[in-house]
Design a protein around this ligand. Structure first.
Ligand code: SF4
Ligand code: FES
Length: 246
């Protein structure tokens, strides 16, 4: 297969960026999207040009690092997968593919296609813990309703990729925060700090410049782990309860 690839190039957060257009040929349909970018970068190196920077780590849909906007969609044209799980067969031979970094004020561009998602770490640090006293009991002796365990596990599937923020017209991080709050709030171990956690994480999210949620549902539609916006309703309940308790 051959493609024309338009890649966003930007030296740093303050520099003015622009698209550069490259051509790549001889790509197998079974090549992963990131491997195609590797091949393109190798080509640039052989031509004496600077390769473009892009983020990745696990390349198996786990770490959430591969934060790319591809043809106007976070993680590309397929549903419920990350960029690293996307393959070239999803495109047509001869296609033009546009690749951009996440666009959000809270995720500044570091270089080219790499953005800084440290804001997510700060939100997690603000409230994402549970405490234990004495010796931790064996996990199997704490009874948990099957439905609660399932909902907590579903919320825990969030990989912190940031696609929800990138796709939201308000740049809201509500789905990410809701997933983290829900994962702990549905378990008995997470209840003691539930109110404090919900308030601290929401306050940090607001402080870091993420926008407000207006329930468009774009976050759920583009989330590679299909985290449900029902978790946002739970976060709102937890937050309200925490404020009533004060
Ligand atoms: S909620 Fe979904 S889109 Fe948002 S960070 Fe988690 S996995 Fe990524
Ligand atoms: S590189 Fe880890 S999820 Fe894509």
């Amino acid at each position: 297969m051959k493609f024309t690839v338009k890649v966003w190039r930007q030296k740093n957060a303050k520099a003015k960026g622009k698209f550069e257009t490259y051509r790549v040929e001889g790509i197998s349909p079974d090549t992963s999207f990131l491997e195609m970018l590797d091949i393109l970068n190798n080509q640039l190196i052989h031509e004496g040009k600077e390769p473009f920077a892009f983020d990745h780590d696990c390349r198996e849909g786990i770490c959430g690092m591969c934060s790319l906007y591809i043809n106007g969609r976070p993680h590309g044209p397929d549903d419920e997968i990350t960029t690293c799980q996307l393959h070239c067969r999803k495109f047509k031979d001869g296609d033009t593919i546009t690749v951009e970094p996440w666009r959000s004020a809270a995720f500044p561009v570091v270089k080219d296609l790499v953005v800084n998602r440290h804001a997510f770490d700060e939100i997690l640090q603000a409230g994402g813990f549970i405490s234990t006293t004495g010796i931790a009991p064996d996990a199997n002796i704490i009874p948990i309703r099957k439905q609660d365990a399932d909902e907590s596990m579903d919320a825990s599937a969030c990989i912190g990729c940031g696609a929800c923020v990138a796709t939201c017209k308000n740049g809201s991080a509500m789905l990410f925060v809701a997933a983290r709050v829900s994962a702990l709030a549905k378990l008995p171990q997470g209840r003691p700090e539930a109110a404090k956690r919900a308030k601290a994480m929401v306050a940090k999210m607001d402080e870091l410049g993420f926008g407000a949620c207006s329930n468009t549902g774009a976050c759920e539609a583009e989330c590679p782990k299909h985290i449900s916006i029902a978790h946002i309703a739970r976060l709102n309940r937890e937050f309200l309860l925490a404020n009533i308790q004060d």
